[in-house]
Design a protein around this ligand. Structure first.
Ligand code: BGC
Ligand code: BGC
Length: 616
């Protein structure tokens, strides 16, 4: 009674001060531990007792919104959750309205089901609400890792939560608490650091930011720590792509020391959901491992939320789909992310229960865990509408939100070289010649997981500022900022700025055996140099790249990672309004032979060590 009153009072208070949330937002201290999810069991158990087997299995099933064979399946099969994966757009496009309408359209169906249990809608908001046009796009986690600033990461997650809630969606597949050990992996940028300590601090902060001090706050979303466990430790060559979804060949002590660390703190912070990895540990798929999912995560770590399988990950366990489902659910998987095969998943799981392969107790445990989260979020409160709160639209992509992202950008930038104090650039320099394919390209600046799953070069979103545009805004009115894509035309300029790097990619599509700078990028630098002017390189990349001779040729070098939409955070540093403070969250190798070496390994001698970063 009292506690549910308090929850409601807190929710009301949150609604009342939604407008002022950022100004008043205080990072939650580690001391204010969230309410344990299992404390909702007195409300959950009576509901579970009223549910049919079909209704229980429906709660455990998560189709893709664009994989639904018939929208009425949502009520007819009592579906508990829906997702939008990468590039799973509303058919009306990616506007804020289209996304909110899609959410409401889906949620409407839950009201037609017998028990009217609201649908939990999940999405990859991994650097802001990145599927939606005009959302604030934050630096990818590799950049946030270089800030080493937990309070800032928490604020960024809070802003993202608010933008996600503006579309009605209540669940983010973030933070990624991977600890990448091999930068050839295409998901390196999704990890804060190769250092487990940094990952565990920042991952915990992100969970607190997403979930707030109370999941029932209408501005909170439930977080998902992923991908459990060892996704960043796969041996090169152990998968088709190279590293992605491969096999992590380490002993248990190493798995715990490196890859488990982020889960210890995420669970402590009360993370509501965790996503088991596609990858394997010593040949066993994580999504099939009872040792990992049940014994370590649920029993030993005391995780009380629920496990969501990765996209079609169950299919990879065994060619016999029904057998694969049985193995995964019995290992401890609670909800299947089954984009298109959801009808089959439901029928097979039901048959597995009927024939006794999956015990009823396992089903009840899974449903209990899922409903704990729904109760904790206030979703089961009949007085609370499950529909989107369009009142939140006013802060979506707002100037206040962009300020937080700009702060994240400037703290993420790492200054690697500054010969003759070429930086900061004077705002009254006569002429700055900017060059390179990424100088005026918001798509390259944001990277993968931006509007599209893979991201894309070009004008992918609205509301952002490219680095070139930010430079033009920053300089004095007597300063000329000129631009050429290939770096020609620099003669007579005070300075050349080459903005180069990787084009967008996501997941295995970004696995690379060779991380050398692209020849076209090297040519840009050479062209600027041949004009006889000092040159600064700004590199947009999802990981350290092999610089070859380029570093020696130039006066200044800045690693800007994948900073997102707020290009002004970069100019804050380039023009000296902000002293660079970013520190490398991955060591920077000299050549490919050094790529998978770490502190303590023989021959470890990186170009720049972990933690490196200059100031002015
Ligand atoms: C990725 C996850 C993501 C999921 C849903 C998978 O391919 O591995 O990180 O959350 O898809 O889009
Ligand atoms: C991604 C999904 C994406 C799908 C496309 C998955 O691996 O995570 O989000 O929509 O592939 O095939």
């Amino acid at each position: 009674m009292t506690s549910s009153f308090l929850v409601r009072a807190a929710a009301l208070a949150a609604i009342l001060c939604a407008g002022a949330i950022l100004v008043s937002y205080q990072p939650t201290s580690a001391a204010s531990a969230p309410r344990p999810l299992a404390s909702f069991d007195p409300q959950v158990k009576p509901l579970v007792a009223r549910m049919t087997l079909d209704e229980k299995i429906g709660q455990m099933t998560q189709p893709e919104q664009d994989g639904l064979e018939d929208p009425a399946d949502l009520e007819n099969l009592s579906i508990g959750s829906v997702l939008s994966g990468g590039s799973s757009d509303p058919k009306e496009g990616n506007s804020l309205k289209a996304w909110t309408d899609l959410y409401d359209r889906i949620q409407e169906h839950s009201r037609k089901a017998r028990l009217k249990i609201p649908i939990l809608y999940g999405i990859d908001a991994v650097h802001g609400h990145n599927n939606v046009l005009n959302a604030v796009i934050f630096p990818h986690d590799i950049g946030l890792g270089c800030t080493r600033n937990a309070a800032l990461v928490e604020r960024a997650a809070r802003v993202t939560a608010e933008e996600v809630r503006a579309t009605g969606i209540q669940w983010v597949f973030a933070p990624c608490v991977t600890v990448p050990q091999d930068i050839r992996w295409g998901r390196t940028y999704e990890g804060y650091s190769e250092d487990p300590q940094v990952v565990s601090e920042l991952g915990e902060a992100a969970v607190r930011g997403f979930q707030g001090s109370d999941l029932a706050n209408p501005l909170s979303v439930v977080a998902c720590a992923k991908h459990f466990v060892g996704d960043g430790g796969t041996a090169h060559g152990s998968s088709k792509a190279g590293n992605d979804q491969g096999d992590t060949r380490v002993d248990e002590a190493t798995l715990r020391r490196i890859h488990l660390q982020g889960y210890l703190t995420a669970v402590k912070a009360g993370v509501g959901t965790i996503m088991p990895s596609y990858s394997s540990w010593n040949g066993v798929k994580c999504s099939a491992s009872k040792r990992l999912l049940t014994e370590i995560l649920k029993q030993e770590l005391g995780f009380q939320g629920f496990l969501i399988s990765d996209y079609n990950a169950i299919d990879q366990i065994d060619p016999d789909y029904k057998k694969a489902i049985g193995i995964s659910i019995n290992a401890g998987m609670d909800m299947g992310m089954v984009p298109k095969r959801y009808r089959e998943f439901i029928a097979d799981l039901k048959a597995l229960v009927k024939e006794g392969t999956v015990p009823m107790a396992r089903i009840d445990d899974a449903v209990t865990r899922i409903l704990r989260v729904k109760f904790a979020m206030g979703m089961m409160d009949p007085k609370r509408s499950p529909m989107a709160d369009r009142g939140l639209w006013k802060s979506f992509g707002s100037a206040e939100h962009r300020v937080v992202a700009r702060e994240a950008v400037r703290q993420s930038v790492v200054l690697l070289k500054n010969r003759n104090k070429v930086l900061p650039i004077s705002k009254s320099a006569a002429r700055i010649h900017v060059a390179g394919k990424s100088a005026d390209d918001i798509g390259n600046q944001c990277g993968g997981w931006t509007i599209d799953w893979q991201g894309k070069s070009g004008n992918v979103t609205t509301g952002g500022t490219t680095l070139l545009a930010a430079m033009r805004n920053a300089v004095s009115k007597n300063t000329r900022v000129t631009y050429s894509a290939d770096g020609t035309g620099g003669a007579g300029a005070t300075l050349g700025v080459a903005v180069i790097g990787e084009k967008p990619y996501a997941e295995g599509m970004g696995d690379r055996a060779d991380l050398a700078l692209a020849p076209e990028d090297v040519a840009v630098v050479n062209n600027l140099k041949s004009a006889g002017i000092p040159v600064v390189v700004v590199l947009f990349s999802g990981r350290p790249l092999i610089l070859g001779g380029v570093l020696d040729k130039v006066e200044g070098f800045v690693a800007a990672w994948l900073p997102g939409t707020e290009g002004a955070g970069l100019t804050d540093v380039l023009f000296g309004d902000y002293q660079p403070t970013g520190k490398l969250s991955y060591a920077w190798p000299r050549n490919m032979a050094q790529v998978a070496l770490h502190r303590g390994d023989k021959g470890y001698d990186p170009l720049f060590p972990l933690g490196y970063g200059l100031g002015y």
